[in-house]
Design a protein around this ligand. Structure first.
Ligand code: PMP
Length: 417
């Protein structure tokens, strides 16, 4: 192929990462095929957008049937059968069994749009402006969501954070984690502190981009109690950790907390199609009609695959969730073997969002590069990319997971040699 100004086929803008040079043509399950015929194993899963792998046959069939019948693809705010089916499935299979009476709002196509909606909603409801976020958080790339992102490199150049954002220490960031709570509680309660009580706190239960730090259930419960005591809204950003990735549909289920607002995106369509939503307590629905809208809120192709994905998730009486938990244990065992090779390396994360933190910040990148040479796609995470991050599809087979773990161990040994 003769290329023009697109020297490396992705884009000619500098902000892309360009870790992988292969040109992929087809993909199925956890495997991608490059144009040179090489087959790659996927431990990246579109950063969590492909929890069901590539082109899952059931989801693909639902989509093909819908398109073959000339189903509406773009609908924005109009009612469609596909949207209704998704909402009914979501209520019956996600909300009601968990005792959640939250309303569902489609926000815009991507995770960052759901975070924007959540921040705006919190401010609109409370009449307050402040948002508390945490060290190493990642919430998106638009100005509001970037403002609550705890990564200076990503914020630099955009002139954010916006003035209403404060950053508190995430669980285990400090030696004494209770310090975050006493600091917040005192400043919020004390009018002379000069700190305005915020509209909301936004938190990830596992910091997917920020280094796979996983908050403990107890820490999350204390955070919820603190927010309740001070009438501050709790937003859980489940864009990356949600949709089954940590072993339960919502990542916060294990902690038994009920956020006021939940952000979901990435794997909610199940097929890598753009879709995002927020869940909000019914009393928070104070929007004026049209106050938060967007052209691509009605992606019916995503509703179709999203409905099929929900059916798949619960099709066999919880067997899917149990197998995710099993794969999670298998992953954790494999990652511990890698961590054991390097002094001071530790395992991070939860479920199928897990990795290894290395004391030498270059090691994770070098191992990921060595894994790519062995045709395994794997990413890094953390402020200095010091965490090797694995996110296999939730339906990866035991054998595929072992194969990928073997490659990772081999890549680690090759880098250390
Ligand atoms: N929140 C979290 C927790 C994320 O991990 C991401 C994306 N990595 C986003 C928000 C932003 O999502 P998107 O890239 O789809 O805008």
């Amino acid at each position: 192929m003769s290329t023009t100004i697109f020297e490396d086929l992705e884009s000619n803008v500098r902000s892309y990462c360009r870790n992988w040079s292969a040109v992929f043509e087809t993909a199925r399950g956890s495997r991608l095929r490059a144009e040179d015929g090489q087959i790659y194993l996927d431990f990246f899963s579109g950063a969590g957008a492909l929890n069901y792998g590539h082109n899952d046959p059931d989801l693909k069939r639902a989509l093909i049937d819908y398109l073959a019948a000339d189903g509406v693809v773009h609908s924005l705010d109009t009612y469609t059968d596909a949207k209704r089916r998704f909402l009914v499935a979501f209520e019956e299979q996600v909300l009601r069994p968990r005792g959640l009476d939250h309303k569902v709002q489609f926000t815009g196509p991507t995770g960052t749009n759901s975070v924007e909606a959540a921040l705006k909603l919190a401010r609109l409801n409370t009449g307050r402006t402040g948002i508390v976020t945490f060290t190493n958080a990642f919430h998106g790339m638009t100005l509001g969501s970037l403002s609550v992102t705890g990564n200076a490199m990503k914020r630099n150049g955009a002139g954010v954070p916006l003035p209403f954002v404060a950053t508190a220490p995430y669980d285990r960031y400090l030696d004494d984690p209770s310090w975050s709570f006493s600091w917040l509680a005192k400043t919020w309660a004390d009018a002379s502190s000069g700190v305005e009580r915020p509209a909301a706190v936004i938190v990830e239960t596992v910091q997917g981009e920020g280094g796979l730090n996983a908050a403990r259930a107890e820490w999350l419960r204390r955070l919820e109690a603190l927010c309740r005591a001070h009438d501050v809204l709790l937003i859980v950003d489940d864009v990356q950790a949600g949709c089954g990735r940590t072993g339960t549909f919502f990542s916060f289920e294990e902690a038994g907390i009920t956020p006021d607002i939940v952000c979901l995106s990435k794997s909610i369509s199940g097929y890598g199609l753009p879709m995002a939503l927020v869940l909000l307590r019914p009393e928070l629905d104070v929007w004026e009609p049209g106050q938060h809208n967007g052209t691509f809120r009605g992606n019916n192709a995503a509703f179709i695959t999203g409905t099929a994905a929900l059916e798949k998730y619960w099709a066999d009486g919880g067997a899917f969730e149990r197998s995710v938990a099993e794969r999670g244990r298998q992953l954790s065992t494999g990652l511990s073997k890698i961590a054991a090779r390097v002094e001071g390396a530790t395992c991070r994360g939860r479920g199928l969002l897990a990795g290894v933190h290395f004391p030498d910040p270059d090691l994770a990148e070098r191992i990921a590069a060595a894994a790519y040479e062995r045709r395994l796609l794997v990413e890094t995470s953390g402020p200095q990319s010091e965490v090797l991050k694995t996110m296999p599809a939730l339906n990866i087979t035991r054998e595929e997971l072992d194969e990928g773990l073997d490659i990772l161990l081999e890549a680690t040994c090759a880098v250390l040699a």
